[in-house]
Write a protein that binds this ligand. Structure first.
Ligand code: SF4
Length: 484
């Protein structure tokens, strides 16, 4: 069953042009992506043994996805046996409704949240705000984009498209609104100090914490979170009610499997041998010997189109650990950043997941418009997901279902008709010569090329048709050569 994803209503050319005209975005995004990619290379070089572990993790994760219904059931039974409440949300809206009901039942006044892509996917914050319950993001990057009323531009670094001057502007405005002391300067230390002090009050007053989750260990019903800022530890331990919202595909069978895979997100994503914080949640405080912690723990497992990918050629997509390595490696992503994709999920994995999760309901242009098929994502992906092959397959579906624009369909069909026979090919060359004759030998001709190739012609030189093709030359000279 298809899921629902929010999307940007702007057209692809609008999103593309906005991104390409934003020099700050291109500089910061390129810098972050290259830095992560270099760090990844270094950490793999320094840990040669990890390759064997990675391969084991890939095999085990594929098996866990094949066994997903059984493992989910086991996870739920185990988690409930030690006091958690679990829910399976088929659609995005189901997950939102469950979370709102929990908030309502607990008369929640303020929510604090750690970083979670699945809550972006189901637009949880917007639903809570509409219900009059403020939600405060506590991951620094998420906090920045929440102040800017934007969406994440990178899975791991949501505010990677902003530089520190822009962050300072946002914090200065926030301080003015709150009537509190602003950051002393736009130095990183001052900015992080401001965010820390500002968020501390919210941590202490919130009555509900919301997290995502990196892994669900079926064997014991344990949720594993890996973070780099420590904010998730506060979110999971200070408020009396904890809600964890996690995609069903995050399942691993047991602790042995977790051990093989747990280093991969940090190693592949940010080039560190392990994330700074690994938090394992096993039971609410009311059901454990812990003196403090949430009294209630609710786990909402989100399907939203994921289950429908099992037993299809795209099943390996469910092995994604959201490390972001494919984004960092992608030359297109480095130029335009995440917002240009128009989906919560950007980069190569976003190109593949967005149409798959929604059955092409939104953004059908992604596979064709944002990939050069350079295969850099395939090389970068620690989970060996066949991203380029999937992108080609999705392009095929887009054509079959006539999801391209009418002009694009007509142009590509006509082109294919010409170039699928020698006679048609020769005619197209003759036609190109006629057009060249009309326009002269202009090499730079913005506006000269019409239709779907117009953008191509704006920045490139138009190739000149050779005065004589090889076939024509052979026709004239081939017989002479035979005689020699
Ligand atoms: S597709 Fe691979 S590289 Fe991209 S985020 Fe997922 S696991 Fe990481």
């Amino acid at each position: 069953m298809a899921g629902q994803l929010p999307h940007d209503e702007r057209s692809w050319p609008e999103r593309r042009d906005r991104a390409l005209q934003n020099n700050t975005l291109r500089q910061t995004m390129g810098f972050v992506a290259r830095r992560f990619t270099l760090a990844k290379r270094e950490v793999y070089r320094a840990n040669p043994d990890i390759e064997a572990s990675r391969k084991t993790a890939v095999g085990q994760k594929r098996q866990a996805i094949r066994d997903l219904p059984e493992l989910l059931e086991r996870f739920r039974t185990q988690a409930e046996s030690h006091g958690a409440h679990t829910y399976l949300a088929t659609h995005a809206q189901d997950a939102v409704n469950v979370a709102l009901n929990i908030a309502g039942a607990n008369q929640t006044k303020l929510v604090i949240k750690s970083k979670s892509m699945v809550t972006e996917e189901i637009e949880l914050n917007q639903a809570f705000e509409r219900a009059g319950i403020p939600v405060r993001e506590t991951d620094l990057g998420e906090y920045i984009i929440q102040l800017a009323h934007e969406k994440p531009s990178h899975i791991l670094a949501p505010a990677a498209h902003k530089n520190r001057h822009q962050v300072d502007d946002l914090f200065q405005e926030d301080a003015l609104r709150q009537n509190i002391t602003p950051p002393e300067s736009d130095e990183i230390e001052d900015l992080t100090r401001y965010a820390r002090e500002r968020l501390r009050k919210e941590f202490l007053h919130a009555d509900m914490g919301i997290t995502g989750g990196n892994f669900l260990v079926a064997e014991t019903g344990t949720l594993v979170l890996i973070t780099n800022e420590g904010n998730a530890d506060m979110v999971t331990s200070l408020p009396p009610v904890l809600v964890s919202i996690v995609g069903v595909e995050k399942i691993v069978r047991d602790w042995a499997q977790l051990t093989e895979i747990i280093q991969q997100p940090a190693m592949s994503g940010i080039g560190r041998s392990l994330s700074s914080y690994t938090t394992m949640i096993h039971a609410p405080a009311s059901n454990s010997s812990a003196p403090e912690g949430p009294k209630e723990w609710h786990i909402i497992l989100v399907d939203n189109g994921r289950m429908a990918l099992r037993d299809t050629e795209f099943e390996d997509v469910l092995s994604c650990i959201r490390c972001g390595a494919c984004l960092n490696a992608c030359p297109v992503f480095r130029e335009v950043g995440g917002h240009a994709y128009g989906s919560v999920y950007s980069g190569p994995i976003g190109i593949v997941e967005t149409p798959l999760l929604t059955d092409f309901e939104i953004l059908p242009e992604l596979p064709s418009a944002l990939c050069t098929l350079c295969h850099a994502c395939q090389e970068a992906c620690p989970m060996d997901i066949a991203l380029p092959a999937h992108i080609v397959s999705l392009r095929r579906t887009v054509v079959k279902r006539h999801l391209n624009s009418g002009t694009a369909n007509w142009t590509l069909k006509t082109w294919a008709r010409f170039w699928s026979t020698p006679r048609g090919y020769r005619r197209s060359i003759n036609l190109a010569r006629v057009i060249q004759g009309v326009y002269g030998k202009k090499r730079h001709a913005p506006g000269l090329i019409p239709g779907i190739f117009a953008g191509w012609g704006q920045t490139r030189e138009i190739p000149q048709v050779a005065p004589q093709t090889f076939h024509e030359w052979w026709k004239d000279n081939g017989s002479k050569l035979d005689k020699k």
